[in-house]
Design a protein around this ligand. Structure first.
Ligand code: PLP
Length: 415
């Protein structure tokens, strides 16, 4: 009925073999399947579920809103409340537009950059994934990397020619590119902490160079914080780095698991969006009240009790657990981790870009994946995704997670 049986290719088990389970429920740190299986969940809906499954505060907010309206087609005060909160938290955002998916956020941000600058060319990085808009699919990470689809069929070469693909974390290559074509660039879009070739941290000097070069050449710097926003801290990666992009894309955690995302940035740029300006972007379901209620409840919970230290400690403990189990089994592993997002690469490392990520032993990753699933731990079915730690796992189930993950890792790699 459905291509591959999945409504997003990352959910398929093509890279690891077998068939995905049908999810039937979720509570706290656990996801359950329709056959009665129950797993500690380190997929977390591919990022949104920082508070775990069905957090009462979010479920209650959804219920309350659903009782008074599930969609209006008119603005609500809650949308402005959410916008105010995001503006307060995220340094680079003075004004924002709510959309329904990360794909829409990045597609709209790059259109806005083109409209604002009057230029066509956009640069992205190999292994970076920014949703599935035509011009952003070149050498994309996530499912495209997993399935080995470097350039999607259906994207006309004329569109692809408007996207330059550069190596992540390479100051020299990017400076060379700016020297040659910087004045043609409308925007550079980058995940400040990459999550879609597995986790690869953007080096501070690399990101600072991007900021300098974009300013010098009149291009907009777009931080795609669809994963890192509200996951790594209340102000996203940009707050930690002290680097302010011109535009920021948000999604995932911001919607608390419901379809909600946003793009925003300097007011001077955002006022080019219709109906104020001439860059058109719209959405029937944009700012849907139920999704906004879930987003407000999630961000409210994060602001009231920032969980980032607890998540960081749990992420570190899990990374150490895998590392020591792999060492005992004598297998090469490189764990990249930033806060509560991590990827164990089956490679001697270091993993600093797409080329080094691709050097991983994906068959060994598949063995690890299945061993973990058998032990009751669900992780992404691909080497090129991030594992996410939820707050309930960090607070109440860390010991269990460490035991299962350590045991499965050691068993699967013991020679
Ligand atoms: N940008 C990044 C960094 C992402 O990780 C993703 C999705 O994984 C997207 C954009 C696209 O978001 P969505 O899947 O909500 O369209």
């Amino acid at each position: 009925m459905i291509p591959g049986g999945v409504n997003s290719p990352v959910r398929a088990f093509n890279a690891v073999g077998g068939e995905p389970f049908f999810a039937a429920g979720g509570e706290g740190a656990y996801i359950s399947d329709s056959g009665g299986g129950r797993y500690l969940d380190l997929v977390c809906g591919y990022g949104p579920l920082i508070l775990g499954h069905t957090p009462p505060v979010v479920v209650e907010a959804i219920r309350r809103q659903a009782g008074v309206g599930i969609g209006y087609g008119a603005p609500t005060e809650a949308e402005t409340e959410l916008a105010e909160l995001v503006v307060k938290l995220v340094p680079g955002i003075e004004m924002l537009r709510l959309v329904t998916s990360g794909t829409e956020a990045t597609m709209s941000a790059t259109r806005l950059a083109r409209g604002f600058t009057g230029r066509r060319l956009v640069a992205k990085f190999a292994g970076g994934y920014h949703g599935h808009a035509d011009h952003l699919l070149a050498e994309a990470g996530s499912g495209a990397a997993t399935l080995g689809i470097p350039a999607s069929a259906g994207v006309p070469p004329e569109f692809a020619a408007l996207t330059a693909v550069l190596p992540y974390n390479s100051v020299a290559a990017v400076e060379e590119f700016f020297a040659a074509r910087g004045d043609e660039l409308a925007a550079v879009i980058v995940e400040p902490v990459a999550g879609n070739m597995g986790v690869v941290e953007g080096r501070p000097e690399f990101l600072a160079m991007l900021r300098r070069q974009c300013t010098a050449h009149g291009a907009l710097l777009v931080f795609d914080e669809v994963i890192s926003g509200f996951r790594l801290g209340l102000g996203g990666a940009q707050a930690t780095l002290g680097i302010t992009p011109d535009l920021t894309c948000l999604g995932k955690v911001m919607g608390g698991g419901l379809p909600l995302a946003a793009y925003g940035g300097r007011a001077e740029v955002m006022t080019h969006v219709a109906p104020v300006g001439d860059v058109y972007q719209a959405g029937t379901l944009a700012g849907n009240p139920v999704a906004v209620a879930a987003g407000l409840a999630t961000l409210g919970a994060l602001v009231d009790n920032p969980p980032y230290d607890a998540l960081d400690r749990a992420g570190a403990a899990i990374a150490r657990g895998i590392e020591s189990a792999a060492a005992k089994a004598g297998v090469d592993i490189t764990i990249n981790r930033v806060g509560s997002m991590l990827t164990p690469f089956l490679a001697p490392g270091p993993v600093v870009d797409y080329a080094s990520a691709r050097a991983s032993d994906t068959r060994a990753y598949a063995r690890l994946f299945h061993a973990l699933l058998r032990a009751g731990v669900s992780v992404p079915p691909s080497q090129f995704e991030a594992w996410f730690v939820s707050l309930p796992l960090a607070e109440s189930h860390l010991d269990e997670a460490l035991a299962e993950i350590g045991g499965a890792t050691e068993t699967v790699f013991r020679r």
